[in-house]
Design a protein around this ligand. Structure first.
Ligand SMILES: Nc1nc2c(ncn2[C@@H]2O[C@H](COP(=O)(O)OP(=O)(O)OP(=O)(O)O)[C@@H](O)[C@H]2O)c(=O)[nH]1
Ligand SMILES: [Mg+2]
Length: 451
């Protein structure tokens, strides 16, 4: 990290002000070399200065420069921020001049990567910086912010402390096996402590999954046979005539997407082609797409027509979705009942008449209940939102179960100890105490340039 990096840190486009940011040992010197105003090498840290950026004898822009000396900066290196006039040409030109004077163009996320490598933030906090930038709802922003502030990392640090405690107990007992039944006592104690850790993990995992929903939204798909009213339902939910509705079966052939917000939780909703056996080439592709989307969705809204008898197709779909989050919607209740409702097992049933706006409110309530949206909303936001952390937590949970079994099967305690240490290491990966270079590259490359 010897070199000094530079990037445009604001969005590229026309705006009142843009910021060109430098970080590194020579940041102040490089900025000073193309600045007319005060001698930046001599100014106090965390001060701001008016002057001009020049390219040899040519004035480029009138600017305000902030000088922040290490270590109290975002990267823990010398940081200079040049506030120049916005607009693509000026900002680019200032960047060019800085590069000419010896800085290197930063890679995406390199500022944050340096903050991590210099120990100012851990990996969870670094990832949360990205989440913060990408937040689309207030809830998402709050979760990200709590991670930036290190609340989530604290959970991991505490779990690691618990594990160290177990290891310490094992070692004491290995070193001083004074009592005959020491082994049994130790084993019971370890299992007890592991159970506690397992419960904590379980809670963090389930809350993290909810947190992920808040950040990314609940991917929801509307399925059902042709003409049951799927597109009508989509339109009512999003309050917009987005999907075409006609009395012709097979109207929707491709997917139609919409978004709605239930008490701050984003629902990404997809209307699909009605599922039926068809010879129409285009419709066939649509049907295949509908079926494949079932696998990926977090919530399935299965629409049936109250005015038609239950068909074999319906039963097939019901079977397909039985193990997934789903709500069964019996639409067209304004028409005569021909559907044998008793044949449909399952609790989540909503009676609806999309045409009369009946049942839409109930459906939203049901979604709220299914995903515990109320609970999500009133919680303090301390959990993990990225899949990487969640996957590691899940694998630690499984490891603990295996260790418990091993202990019950009388595996020697020193081997158990090694496995417990492995969990300690794995948890370290979440916060970046132990990491691999490739992981860092992959992670930070997802950042935007200049962050
Ligand atoms: N009576 C009555 N008609 C409805 C209701 N909901 C939808 N319809 C009508 O049913 C027909 C089909 O509605 P769509 O929303 O296009 O149905 P779809 O499931 O999207 O159909 P495909 O795209 O062909 O699969 C239209 O004529 C709607 O006006 C309802 O609650 N009651
Ligand atoms: Mg449709």
């Amino acid at each position: 990290m010897e070199d000094t990096i530079v990037a445009i840190s604001t969005a590229l486009g026309v705006g009142a002000i843009s910021i060109v940011r430098l970080s590194g040992k020579d940041a102040i010197e490089i900025a000073n070399a193309c600045f007319i105003g005060e001698d930046l090498n001599k100014v106090k840290s965390h001060t701001i200065h008016y002057g001009k950026i020049v390219d040899k004898d040519k004035n480029i822009d009138e600017v305000l420069i902030s000088v922040m000396k290490e270590p109290k900066t975002f990267t823990r290196e010398n940081v200079v921020e040049i506030n120049c006039h916005g607009g693509i040409a000026t900002t680019q030109k200032v960047l060019e001049v800085i590069i000419k004077n010896g800085a290197r163009l930063a890679e995406p996320g390199e500022f944050t990567k340096r903050a991590f490598l210099n120990g100012r933030i851990d990996l969870v906090e670094a990832e949360a910086v990205m989440d913060l930038i990408n937040s689309k709802t207030d809830q998402a922003r709050e979760i990200a912010m709590s991670q930036v502030e290190g609340e989530a990392s604290k959970l991991i640090k505490n779990l690691r402390k618990d594990i160290v405690q177990i290891i310490a107990n094992i070692e004491v007992n290995i070193d001083y096996p004074e009592y005959e039944d020491i082994e049994e006592v130790t084993n019971n104690k370890i299992i007890e402590s592991l159970e506690l850790i397992k419960n904590k993990l379980k809670l963090i995992i389930s809350e993290s999954k909810n947190g992920k929903l808040i950040r990314e939204g609940i991917d929801t798909i509307i399925i059902g046979r042709p003409n049951v009213g799927k597109s009508s339902l989509l339109n009512k939910l999003i309050n917009e005539e987005k999907a075409i509705v006609t009395e012709v079966a097979g109207t929707t052939r491709d997917i139609v997407e919409g978004k709605l917000n239930i008490e701050g939780i984003l629902i990404n909703i997809i209307d699909t082609a009605g599922i039926r056996k068809t010879e129409d080439v285009v419709e066939k592709i649509g049907v295949t797409k509908s079926l494949s989307l079932i696998e990926k969705a977090s919530l399935i809204l299965f629409v049936l027509n109250n005015n038609e008898e239950l068909s074999k197709d319906d039963l097939e779909i019901l079977d397909k979705i039985k193990n997934k989050n789903h709500i069964i919607i019996i639409n067209k209740v304004d028409l005569e009942n021909k559907l044998d409702i008793n044949k449909i097992k399952g609790e989540n049933r909503i009676f609806m008449s999309a045409i009369n706006n009946q049942g839409i409110h109930d459906l939203k309530q049901e979604i709220k209940k299914l995903f515990d949206i109320e609970k999500i909303n009133t919680k303090d936001f301390t959990y993990f939102t990225n899949s990487r952390s969640i996957a590691i937590l899940e694998s630690c949970f499984e490891d603990i179960e295996e260790i418990e079994n091993a202990i019950k099967n009388n595996l020697p305690i020193d081997i158990v100890e090694i496995d417990i240490k492995k969990i300690w290491n794995k948890l370290g990966e979440i916060i970046g105490e132990t990491y691999q270079e490739e992981l860092l590259d992959q992670l930070f490359s997802q950042f935007c340039l200049g962050k």
